[in-house]
Design a binder for this molecule. Structure first.
Ligand code: ADP
Ligand code: MG
Length: 335
């Protein structure tokens, strides 16, 4: 390494993100000192990205920096919290100054957008991986959980799902695109994978409205399954209600696009349930296309295991995943 560890931290990580007035002491000492705002609860999240597992080995450094923070901010959004401080543990095979400049730039840009300050971390040598922790704040008892959906609630998703997985498939040439796919649509999908936007603004509007929420990192069906189990109920998802993606439709055959919408991960959209009595409050978000009602919450049927978790319906009939050519509902590191 040309730079010492100290120089490296000083040069690339001392001034990342927004300078916050509640940071008493940031990068440089053995620990950061932070001033907790009175009357708030803290929410802590952590996520690790491993090169070759969570992003391609040759991914642009700016995207790696952005995603390392974005996946954590998405967890903060899913809890209905506001992010404040971040830690970054970085394992690097070598000091590549250009890579580090781009990486820190991608991280810092997103951090500034959401008023997050990088207050510390750790730097070691080894195969490329990044672990980020973020602390956020939320007024007492307003955090959103995944275990509190109720039968009868409506099920919503933000944005469009499947586009990031479509972009990754194009990058890695694992799915054949339509011949007519044009370059700007192709780039828009890749952008969805490389620069996901955590739904923090939406999350604040869901406080006091959503009965349960989580972010979608592993795929709609796989994550809906987690919400269903945590809340002890069934989720009915109507295929024809899923938000349609023009970019996916232009890029892939219909069956492939449907498969991506149901099982593709990496979008970092929000999945949430809302009591029918609050449905009106969401009308502006629905009419702007920011959120879409995709189904509803149904009571558990413990006597029939085939009815646990998520049910997929199309035009009034229940569908089997195999009928759609789907083998797995989403990404699982240990499956
Ligand atoms: P120590 O020797 O006490 O473990 P380090 O040399 O690892 O301290 O870190 C020195 C300072 O730099 C600490 O404040 C630490 O939080 C910060 N730091 C180290 N690596 C990073 C990083 N990748 N990003 C941000 N801050 C970092
Ligand atoms: Mg250390």
């Amino acid at each position: 390494m040309g730079l010492s560890e100290f120089d490296l931290i000083d040069r690339f990580f001392r001034d990342v993100g927004r300078t916050r007035s509640d940071v008493v002491l940031g990068v440089g000492d053995d620990g950061a000192i932070l001033r907790c705002p009175p009357g708030h609860e803290l929410v802590m999240v952590s996520d690790t990205l491993v090169a070759g597992v969570h992003f391609p080995l040759d991914a642009p450094a700016r995207s790696v920096g952005h995603r390392a923070l974005a996946v954590n901010l998405s967890d903060i959004a899913a809890m209905g919290a506001t992010p404040a401080w971040a830690l970054l543990s970085l394992t690097l095979p070598e000091v590549h100054e250009r890579w580090l400049t781009e990486f820190a730039g991608g991280f810092s840009r997103l951090a500034r957008t959401h008023e997050v300050q990088l207050v510390g971390g750790d730097t070691t040598r080894g195969p490329l991986s990044l672990s980020v922790q973020v602390v956020g704040m939320v007024p007492p008892e307003t955090a959103l959980r995944r275990s509190t959906a109720r039968p009868g609630d409506l099920l919503f998703v933000s944005g469009r799902v499947g586009e990031a997985a479509g972009g990754l498939a194009l990058l890695q040439a694992t799915l054949a695109p339509r011949e007519s796919l044009n370059d700007s649509v192709r780039r828009s999908l890749i952008e969805r994978f490389e620069f996901p936007q955590p739904r923090l603004a939406l999350a604040l509007k869901l406080r006091g409205v959503a009965s349960a929420a989580m972010d979608i990192s592993d795929g709609l069906l796989a994550d809906a399954e987690k919400l269903a189990r945590a809340s002890g109920l069934r989720l009915r998802i109507d295929l024809e209600r899923l938000p349609q993606s023009a970019a996916l439709a232009e890029s892939f055959l219909p069956a492939t696009a449907t498969n991506l919408m149901l099982t593709g991960g990496d979008d970092y959209e929000l999945l949430f349930s809302v009591s029918r009595k609050y449905q009106d409050r969401l009308e502006p978000l629905i009419s702007q296309g920011d959120i879409t009602q995709i189904g509803e919450c149904l009571p558990e049927m413990p006597e029939d295991p085939a009815h646990a978790g998520v049910e997929l319906w199309r035009e009034g009939a229940r569908l089997r995943l195999s009928a759609l050519g789907i083998e797995r509902s989403g990404f699982d590191h240990f499956a």
